[in-house]
Write a protein that binds this ligand. Structure first.
Ligand SMILES: C[S@@+](CC[C@H](N)C(=O)[O-])C[C@H]1O[C@@H](n2cnc3c(N)ncnc32)[C@H](O)[C@@H]1O
Length: 235
């Protein structure tokens, strides 16, 4: 049973690691996420460029691996309509609480304008449903940031990541998720990888965008039969 904790900063999961108690929570407005937003709102970040976000283009995004919602929140903050799907129940609860707290701030709520929607469920199922539904309901971009096998020794991995990994495991079905995403995205699928990691499932992307420690692999889907909206401003 998860050990829930609530204080003035919202909902958290209380976890013991190396004999010490830690609180895991999602928070969009404080800490590193708040800093990221204050520092220009993230438009120039590699992840924003990878999904094709520009002043003139705010593509619809399905974030199929929402986690603590940092990427999803950033996309919505920058103007994209976002559906964020998380299958792990505790992580989804933290995410929902963080979104509610963020929207309690009227300025934030006004800027987000309800663009970030959360779903608790498995994205493979959600994508299958979309694939069999109307084309217009499919997102332009599907974004994937699955957990990847741990390469570094436990000592060098950030505590939050170790706690998170203990809860969600390793996303061993990520290759299947990529296959489903490629069938649904109208413009592109973007996969976040470790900078030196193999492409997911050994599948070579059309473009790679490198950051300091991460890489974004971009698979273009327009023209593959599921390019349902060639008039989009995203390229
Ligand atoms: C590395 S985290 C994502 C972090 C996130 N990008 C962020 O900005 O906070 C991966 C998350 O994806 C979730 N996940 C993986 N496969 C999924 C699937 N098929 N459906 C829904 N959630 C999934 C995991 O439970 C985990 O919480």
């Amino acid at each position: 049973m998860p050990d829930w904790h609530r204080d003035e900063d919202g909902l958290a999961l209380r976890v013991v690691l190396d004999g010490c108690e830690h609180l895991l929570r999602a928070d969009f407005l404080r800490g590193s996420m708040g800093y990221r937003l204050r520092k220009g709102g993230g438009r120039g970040e590699a992840v924003a460029r990878a999904i094709g976000l520009k002043k003139s283009a705010t593509p619809s995004v399905l974030d199929a691996t929402a986690g603590l919602g940092r990427d999803a929140f950033l996309f919505a903050w920058l103007g994209c309509p976002v559906i964020a799907v998380e299958r792990q129940a505790e992580i989804h609860a933290l995410l929902a609480d963080a979104l509610k707290r963020a929207e309690d701030d009227s300025e934030v709520a006004q800027r987000l304008a309800g663009r970030l929607q959360l779903i608790h469920g498995d994205s493979i199922f959600v994508l299958e449903q979309l694939a069999s539904g109307p084309e217009a309901a499919c997102p332009e971009v599907v974004y994937l940031d699955p957990m990847h096998p741990q390469r570094r020794s436990a000592g060098t991995v950030r505590k939050e990541m170790r706690i998170f990994r203990g809860l969600v495991g390793e996303d061993l079905d990520a290759e299947r998720l990529l296959e489903s995403a490629l069938r649904v995205a109208r413009r592109r699928v973007v996969v976040k990888r470790p900078r030196k990691g193999e492409p997911l499932g050994g599948k070579d992307p059309a473009h790679m965008m490198e950051g300091k420690s991460t890489r974004y692999d971009i698979y273009l889907t327009a023209g593959l039969g599921n390019a349902r909206d060639s008039t989009s401003a995203v390229d």
